[in-house]
Ligand binder design. Structure first.
Ligand code: AMP
Ligand code: ZN
Length: 114
């Protein structure tokens, strides 16, 4: 999609610190990490928010979580733990409107989130 930051990273138009890629997803380090490990996992297909999900996105969404599991393992987080988050729209502070799964780990977190 035109003027989408994460589509531009997917297309190599702006740089991304890519850590994982397959046919469905791309993962790169967050530019402003909130923990020692903060990776964003995006579908290669542009989907703006969780509200835009359709039945045909089922495989892609599953691939996001399989990628999270695999990256977490590679980063040594599987046992200690990690958090996966989708923010949707304003109240959740979504700022980039190409859905992305935050994979956050490497420190003790609190609950509930702010
Ligand atoms: P959200 O608030 O859920 O929409 O998350 C957007 C995330 O994208 C934030 O954690 C930002 O730090 C991150 N971000 C913004 N621009 C870039 C970029 N060019 N490369 C990597 N991460 C980015
Ligand atoms: Zn996009």
């Amino acid at each position: 999609m035109l003027d989408c930051l994460f589509c531009k990273i997917r297309d190599g138009e702006i740089p991304g610190d890519i850590v994982y890629e397959n046919d469905y997803v791309l993962a790169f380090n967050d530019i402003n990490p909130v923990a020692p490990i903060h990776i964003l996992i995006i579908p290669k297909e542009h989907i703006s928010t969780l509200n835009d999900l359709e039945e045909n996105h089922t495989q892609t969404m599953g691939e996001l979580f399989l990628a999270a599991k695999s990256i977490a393992s590679k980063e040594g987080l599987s046992e200690s733990g990690y958090r996966t988050v989708f923010n949707c729209n304003e109240d959740a502070q979504q700022t980039v409107f190409h859905i992305h799964l935050h994979l956050i780990g490497g420190r003790k977190m609190t609950w509930p989130p702010g």
